[in-house]
Design a protein around this ligand. Structure first.
Ligand code: FE
Ligand code: FE
Length: 168
């Protein structure tokens, strides 16, 4: 039986993928926050953990708003991004260099989410799912704001990484 016969089918598949992605992040973020030595970065990641729990809740609401039971489908992309972050966290080295690497991993995650939420928000709009569109837009805004905060933090942390003793 073919699965993708309408934009609605694609919409449901993609929000199921996002629900998996957000749930994976809820599990992964505490470990990432713990691995950072920069207080602001660690606090920022923990703040985003709370937002991420809200993203899971919003996706459940999106499903409900269109009369569907919440469903999740393993997001392989997020699995890979988290694996790469885990790998970095397991390495030793200069703390500032590792923190810079953690920001790079975190920004990959946010950009992935921004791309995915941008698509599903647009599908919701095209399908006339007003409530879903608003919910998805709220999360999209929070992901974009998080990305901006990471960019702000990277200024000081990248400078620290650049002046690390063992560099070059
Ligand atoms: Fe999120
Ligand atoms: Fe996020």
């Amino acid at each position: 039986m073919s699965k993708f016969n309408s934009l609605n089918d694609l919409f449901i598949d993609e929000i199921a993928d996002l629900l998996s992605a957000e749930k994976q992040l809820v599990k992964a973020l505490p470990k990432v926050a713990e691995a950072t030595t920069d207080r602001q970065l660690s606090a920022g990641i923990m703040a985003h953990l709370e937002q991420t729990k809200g993203h899971v809740e919003r996706l459940n609401q999106v499903f409900e708003s269109i009369g569907e039971k919440p469903q999740s489908k393993t997001c392989e992309a997020m699995k890979g991004l988290i694996e790469e972050a885990d790998e970095l966290i397991g390495e030793s080295g200069d703390p500032a260099v590792l923190d810079a690497g953690i920001i790079a991993c975190a920004q990959r995650v946010e950009h992935y989410e921004i791309a995915a939420y941008g698509c599903v928000r647009t599908y919701a709009s095209l399908l006339g799912y007003t409530e879903a569109e608003q919910l998805l837009q709220q999360t999209l805004d929070e992901e974009a704001e998080t990305d901006r905060k990471l960019t702000d933090l990277s200024g000081q942390i990248n400078a620290g990484a650049l002046s690390a003793v063992g560099s070059r």
